[in-house]
Design a protein around this ligand. Structure first.
Ligand SMILES: [Cu+2]
Length: 121
């Protein structure tokens, strides 16, 4: 194998590692918040990516979008039939009530950025 081929291969591998880290590790290293209103910063990921709330209690989730990546322009809560556009530099509030204890995922429009709402008794 030539040096050029090796370099191309190494660059390709580095790219794969970075993409996996970016989507699967970076977006998940986040704290957990309790309360009836939480603010989630959207900046190439959700921070915090995990929120805890009470089942049966209305919850206000404020998405504060900082980035202008097309990836994060929409947030989707499939379990609640919610799909909302998040303008860059603005706060967008979504109100949902988790019907019962459990885990409810939320994600960007392409399901690459992910977060979890954990509803408790
Ligand atoms: Cu996306």
């Amino acid at each position: 194998m030539s040096t050029t081929e090796l370099l191309v291969m190494a660059a390709g591998l580095a790219g794969i590692v970075w993409v996996n880290w970016y989507f699967f590790v970076a977006g998940r290293a986040a704290a957990t918040v309790r309360g009836s209103e939480v603010v989630i910063t959207v900046d190439n990921g959700y921070s915090p990516a995990t929120i805890r709330a009470r089942a049966g209690v209305p919850l206000r989730i404020v998405f504060d979008r900082k980035d202008d990546s097309s990836c994060s322009e929409e947030v989707v809560f499939p379990d609640f039939g919610v799909r909302k556009f998040l303008p860059t530099g603005e706060k967008t509030t979504i109100e949902i009530t988790p019907p019962k204890p459990g885990r409810y995922e939320f994600m960007c429009g392409m399901a690459m950025l992910r977060g979890t709402l954990i509803a408790e008794e």
